[in-house]
Design a protein around this ligand. Structure first.
Ligand code: GDP
Length: 177
């Protein structure tokens, strides 16, 4: 339970990246507001959302940034990555191309973000089982090679979203403490 009297121990900036339409905005909205919207672009212009969570007894305020569509033009700027301690790198399990581009996003993170950034690879739209084209094993292998954490989620059903964010925050806490 959270209230205004809780003292905040840490504020962690987290960025959400990945190809357009993989579900970045919806994953963020699921974690920050426990909401999902089929009319997805309602959050355009919103820079970040926050959510407070208690991890290992510490009150952590996650400030989670959304690209607000900039990734369409490959115009995600270095300001977006500045100060980020964690990244959610999202692909769509029903879109092979979005997984093929994950390596490019990792390169971008390595070039632009802090070297100690914790990266969580997310295979989203796990509810679309019949349309799956990316096997979890391929993602696990890639994540192991690159030193990333990995989870499959569904922003629609909410499955694993909370767990994945909390795991990321926990790992960031390990890095900073
Ligand atoms: P973004 O461009 O990466 O921010 O993607 P959005 O969050 O705008 O989502 C793109 C589309 O995918 C929208 O139509 C969403 O409703 C849909 N979507 C997002 N997450 C899920 C999910 O987990 N399952 C399903 N079935 N659809 C999703």
């Amino acid at each position: 339970k959270e209230n205004v009297h809780d003292k905040i121990d840490y504020v962690f900036k987290v960025v959400v990246i990945g190809d357009s339409a993989v579900g970045k905005t919806q994953i963020l909205s699921r974690f920050a507001k426990n909401a999902f919207s089929f009319d997805s672009k309602s959050t355009i212009g919103v820079e970040f959302q926050t959510r407070t969570a208690t991890i290992n007894g510490k009150v952590i305020k996650a400030q989670i940034w959304d690209t607000a569509g900039q990734e369409r033009y490959r115009a995600v700027t270095s300001a977006y990555y500045r100060g980020a301690l964690g990244a959610m790198l999202v692909y769509d399990i029903t879109k092979r191309q979005s997984f093929d581009h994950v390596a490019r996003w990792v390169d971008e993170l390595r070039a632009q973000a802090d070297s100690s950034i914790v990266i969580m690879l997310i295979g989203n739209k796990g509810d679309l089982v019949d349309q799956r084209v990316v096997h979890a094993e391929d993602a696990v292998e890639f994540a192991e090679e690159q030193g990333l954490f990995f989870s499959e989620t569904s922003a629609l059903s909410g499955e694993n979203v909370e767990t994945a964010f909390c795991k990321l925050l926990e790992q960031i806490h390990r890095v900073v403490s």
